[in-house]
Structures are given as C-alpha cells and as structure tokens.
Design a binder for this molecule. Sequence first.
Ligand code: TPP
Ligand code: MG
Length: 515
Amino acid sequence: MNGAEALLKTVAAAGIDVCFANGGTTEMPLIMAFDSVTGIKPMLGLFEGVCSGAADGYGRMKEKPALCLLHLGPGLANGVANLHNARRARTPLLNVIGEHASWHMEANAPLAMDIECLCKTFSGWQRTVRSVETIARDAADAIEAALRGQIASLIVPSDHQWKEYRGKIPEVKREGFDPPDRSVIGSAAKMLKSAGKTALVMNGRALRRRGLEAAGRIRAAAGCDLYCINFPAYVDRGAGTVPVARVPYFPEPAAAVMAPYKAVVMAGTDQPVNFFGYEGQWSNPIATGVPKLRVDSDIQDAAEALEALADELDAPGKDALGKIFAAYQVPDVPSGTLTPEKACLTLAALQPENAIIMDEGLTSSMTYFPLGATLAPHSYFMLTGGAIGQGMPSATGASVACPDRPVINLQADGSAMYTVQSLWTQAQAGMNVTTLICSNRSYNIINVELQRVGITNPGPRARSFTDLGSPPIDWPSLSKGMGVPGVAVGTAEDLARELKKALREPGPHLIEMIL
Ligand SMILES: Cc1ncc(C[n+]2csc(CCOP(=O)(O)OP(=O)(O)O)c2C)c(N)n1
Ligand SMILES: [Mg+2]
C-alpha cells in the first residue's frame, strides 16, 4: 500500500464516502488509489468552486464531512470563495490539497504557491504531511478536526503519496461536544425572566429540529421572540416545526426589528452583524447598551444548551409546542406575468414535502423565506459568507447527500454564472435538482445599493457594472449544453407547469424565470 492508499483507507474507514474532486499531476497516486480503495465515490467538478461548494452542501445536509480534493495552490485558490462560505456555515469539511514532491518545492516550479498561507484564511485546522509514515495519522487528525464543524486542510506532497506505507490504518474518534455551562444557562434564564421583552437569536445546530423544539419550549416559558440570523447555515422549516423570523438584511430594518428588545439571548451565533458598514451607520442591529448573552460556545452544542435553558426555565415539554408550531398553509399558484414575488409564491405553492431548498436568489427571493414557515416540512439553506456562486454547487452536494429528496435551487442569475459548471456534474449523476434561475438580467443588488444612496438614475458607466442584458444569457441553451433540459418561462402559469414537470421527471432540470 502506498501513502495515497493509506490516506484514502483512513478516510473510508471514517465513513467518508464521497469526494468532490478536481485533480492533476500532484494528485496522481491519490487518483489511482480511488480504484484500489473502494468505498469513496469520486465526483468530478469542472471548477474547484464547484467541488468546495458541493462539499459544503453535502456537509450541511449530512453533518459529516465530504472529501474535497484540489490541485496545488491555484486549484485551491479557485475553490476558496466557497470554502469561505463553508467556514461561515461551520460545515464539517475535509480539504485535501496535492502539493509538489517535497524535494521539488524549492525549485519554484510554475505551479508553486504558498498553499499554507491560503489555507490559513478558511481552515480551522491545517497541516502539511511531512513524511509517508505519518500520512494516515495526519488524515485521521484532519478528519477528527473536521468533525468538530470546521474545515480541516491537509496538504499532501506527491512523494509522500507514492512512497510505500507500512503502518496501520488509524481509527478516527468523534469527539463529543463540551457540556453546556450551567452558570451561563442560569444567567440566560434570569435574563429572559426579568428583562421584559426579549429575543432569542439563533444559528447553527440551534436551527435544526432538536434545537428549534428547545427554542419553542423556551418561548412557551419565557415569551421571547425567536429569530435566526440573516444568513443561516441551515434551518428545518415548515408546518410542525418551530418557526423563526429572520433578522433583516439592511441595517435600518434590522435595527428597527431589534429595537423593542430589552435583552437578547443567542445560541449557535454571536450577536447578529450587519453585512456592510455604511457611511455614518453602525455594525450591529442590537444597540450597544442592550444586554446580550450567548448560551453556548463553538465547542458546545447549541441545541443541548437550549435544552438546558428550557429545563432551567421549567419550560413545558414538547407536548406544549402545538400552539407554537406553524400551522399548515400553502399559497395558491398566482397568475400572470412573473415577478420575483410571484416566482416565490409559485415555488411555495408547489414545493413537495421533504424538499431541500437552496436559496441564492438574492434580491429575487427576499419574499420566499417568510412563506416557508407554513409549508410542508423541508430543509432550507443559503449563502452564508456572502461569496456568491455557492447556490448551484451546494445544491449539487445536497443532492449527493440526500439522493432521494427533491432539491430546488432558487438561484440568482449573476451568481449562477460563477459556478454554472455544476449543471454538468448534476447531469452526469442524474441528480434530482431543479434550478430556478431568477433571470432579472442584472446584478440587481448593486442597483438597490445605488438607490439606497439616492442614485435612481445611474450613469452609463455605473450601469455597466450591473447590466447583464446585452447579450441576455440564453439559459435553456447553456443548460442543454451541459446535459440538463432547460426552458424559459415568463408567466406564473408556465412556471407552475414546468416546475411540476421538473419535479415529476427524474434527473436535473433548469427553468429560467424571466423576471
Ligand atoms: C465572490 C463575490 N464576488 C462579488 C460579489 C459582489 N456581489 C454581490 S451581489 C453581486 C451580484 C448579484 O447579482 P445576481 O446574482 O444576479 O443577484 P441579484 O442582485 O440580481 O438579485 C455581486 C457581484 C460577492 N458578493 N461575492
Ligand atoms: Mg440578477
């Protein structure tokens, strides 16, 4: 067995069964090892941002790492934006990067780059393999680190891949979370009981079913309002789950929504933060003087902390959640010329139970989230780190994680073009992913930002930063060119018909919604 096989055996023994990859010469022993070490399915991404985004989507759905295999510094650099999104989502992710043979590094060959430096920007753990003897232990350490909800990056020089490995395959331990801190829980309970109107703001494991049920019990006991941050990593949603509102995106409405609260408790997140600092404005939606307390830390389980808080408050059990659960209510399919609002309503009207919704609809999907509360139960996830181009690869990875569930990608057009190659990977594996392109033929958010500073009629040069209309992108052709059937629709009725068809037929589909 060579070093590459030892690495893959360690990965397979840890239960990692998929690898999103784009390799090259420095990964040759690893590429060959996929045939001798079975159990890990390699999936080719035609751009590294597809691989890293798919690994993020997979990790968010499964709460276990996928392997992302990239080629040297340049390959890694192409994948960094979506690794940044994965870091923000605290996705477990094992990132293996091939490196030049250790003795070739000092020669400064054309592809040489400071990979360790790049890794520092998004990795919670990183290591360069120094010898074939340690390669399997290094891989096991990386997996253990990834399982703690972070990116673990392992840089593997090619000579350590091809050399003979004589050691054992180490076992990977899953470290548990630290228990909740009783004194913090006690303080949070006091805060919620004594402070008047309060809010609980959540992200991470707090927004999965178990955390939400604890949050619902806390609401039943203390009357606090429930929120998720503006860019949540993953939310269980729909009738029969505890609904949460979302802290708004722009600083003014976010501050207005948070203004009535006398104290705010957080779980799975630090205090919410505004996306950008605007001239004369502020960084956080919650005013400085308002008492805030986070009930967990990054090494504790937010759901467990919320359960401890519910118990501390003597909250009623889960049976009392009936009144708090969202009721089942689905909007009708609208009619007439499509608008962003009608597109969201049509999706809400037709999305099947157990669907996975990946939302990178940006300005077009702003009205979708509130609709989700009363629909059939579903998974919702979105862009976490603001680095656009996450939607299509993440939807792809989610489908690999949950092949039997319908995945619907509500996808802004400009962002889609960053990682549009995802369609090819979807076609290759026949994935049940339906992509709904929000075709406003612009970088509309930038127009919205211009309006915010009072510019309603930007000059031709400013407009050239936002206009995607000349030439208009021919989405059905682009999609067909990568093996995914595509259509364009301009009315809600046509969208409803095509969406039903896409959901009925197996395999990927793309619908361009002309908005
Ligand atoms: C990696 C990256 N590059 C650039 C940006 C800046 N940016 C934010 S939104 C946006 C365009 C969004 O356009 P589109 O995806 O069509 O959504 P719309 O605004 O039309 O709803 C750009 C370029 C970013 N956030 N991330
Ligand atoms: Mg757009």
